[in-house]
Ligand binder design. Structure first.
Ligand SMILES: [Zn+2]
Length: 306
């Protein structure tokens, strides 16, 4: 299936010299991390904290958590939360996908399904609402650690807790890749990404096809072929590779491309990014995985700041 390109390559590539100048001239050691990371930590705390003192009453799930349309059971029409993709008048883009039952998961036709329960609820007599969740570590917008495809790295403990936050945070380039094919060595060459650029988010046909919004897993997604991955490793300084579907590697080269990227343990792969409606160009990227000891994957919250 082919869809008309939504982000033609030419206007953006004309601006690339400007972007590169900005990358080279900016100081990658000073990411303005404070507010996004705090918000993320607070959010995680709310979702994950056991609140064990408060949960004595109920042990079964009586109420679903927030449904995908947010205003379901609210009694007061004024109490309708705002859900945003962009913050601060277009300065901050949320490039993480919202976790919903209908999001795609690897090779499934049914989507993620229920992943969140409310075993303790105020309605059931508990002092607080206290959700629990269960989902594959590689669901939605997520990160891969070296242990994902190298068992000796997995055994040695190269999990998501060992990933370098400096690589995951700093100046980044969002580029549109040619829409007709997978990311091969020729495609990488044509993108003309110079030395010095360390973080690149690749927007592909996957975004145009809105694959991350379809619950059926689609093997025809676009990703890196082995030669494209090899070209990137050998000819660029890219250490953060981001892509807009569940795998950076094309389905036909699934394991070979992952092996090429992860062998050195220097490159971090962020998959399932939400890159629609964000202009191509230079940003500060901020990605924070969970500190899941022993896990080769983790949900990750990523934002771009102009
Ligand atoms: Zn993954």
């Amino acid at each position: 299936m082919r869809v008309q390109p939504k982000h033609p390559k030419s206007p953006q590539s004309m601006l690339l010299p400007v972007y590169y100048f900005l990358i080279f001239s900016s100081n990658s050691r000073k990411p303005p991390l404070h507010s996004p990371s705090m918000a993320f930590i607070v959010l995680l705390f709310l979702v994950l904290s056991p609140f064990s003192l408060f949960t004595a009453g109920a042990t079964t799930a009586a109420y679903p958590s927030v449904t995908e349309t947010s205003s379901c059971s609210l009694r007061n029409d004024d109490l309708i939360p705002i859900r945003r993709e962009v913050y601060d008048n277009g300065r901050i883009f949320d490039i993480s996908h919202r976790y919903v039952n209908d999001m795609p998961t690897w090779t499934s036709t049914e989507g993620l399904g229920q992943f969140l329960w409310l075993p303790a609820s105020i309605k059931n007599g508990s002092l607080a609402n206290n959700s629990e969740m269960k989902l594959p570590a590689h669901t939605g917008t997520h990160v891969d650690a070296p242990g994902h495809v190298f068992d000796h790295y997995f055994d040695a403990g190269f999990d998501v807790d060992t990933l370098d936050l400096e690589v995951l945070n700093g100046p980044a380039l969002l580029v549109d890749v040619p829409r007709e094919k997978n990311i091969t060595a020729d495609v990488m060459k044509s993108l003309d990404i110079p030395k010095g650029v360390r973080r690149v988010l690749f927007r592909t046909l996957n975004t145009d096809r809105r694959l991350m919004f379809k619950k059926e897993f689609d093997t025809s997604y676009v990703g890196f072929m082995k030669d494209g991955a090899k070209w990137l490793v050998e000819n660029t300084d890219i250490k953060l590779v981001g892509i807009d579907y569940l795998s950076v590697a094309a389905y036909a080269d699934l394991i070979p491309s992952h092996l090429v990227f992860l062998e050195s343990r220097e490159i971090i792969l962020v998959e399932g990014l939400k890159l629609d409606d964000v202009p191509a160009g230079i940003y500060s990227v901020h990605c924070l995985p969970l500190r899941l000891l022993g896990s080769e994957g983790s949900p990750i919250r990523c934002i771009l700041i102009k």
